[in-house]
Design a protein. Sequence first.
Length: 215
Amino acid sequence: MNFWEYLGNRHQQLLIDAYQHASAVFQCMVIATVVGVVLGVLTYRSDWAGNMAITSTATILTIPSLALIGLLVPPLGLGVPPTVTALVLYGLLPIVRNAIVGLRGVDPTLVDAARGIGMSRLARLLRVELPLAWPPILTGIRVSTQMLMGIAAIAAYASGPGLGNEIFRGIASLGSANALNQVLAGTLGIVILALLFDAAYVLVGRLTIPGGIRA
């Protein structure tokens, strides 16, 4: 059976796996974005705290993904919980780092002007600092998403959802007629999803970042 025949016969299952893969990455990115931005907001004013936040999240990336998921299986079980936990942890570094860099890069005169017209600290953060820091934060989100697209495939090791199941089935049956088709279908599916997500982020950037800041 050639690759196109395999896709025709398995398209329904592949679409389900692709949807589950995209859904898992999207939901984990939402959590990672909230946690990462909050960490950035809490630490960017202090060099020590900011460096600690970046170093801590960077350390997580030194743990091989297969090993981390394996370590999470005993306390969390198989399936979604270890997948979500691992993906959120891996997605933090680019968001935390870019949030801190973006917030520190806001022009102090703009913050002083906001303070001068009576804005509270929270109002300055929400209406001045975070909007101006949004472009680097969005870049961090894009980088994290591309990373998680690939890492999410490893979640199949712990019975997680997504296209990784197709890849692992192919690897487990190397030598069989459809082994290469399975690996190729899962891999190409992940690449296509990554490109679609990145295109969506480009659109979000154009809709949410003023032209003056983009320039």
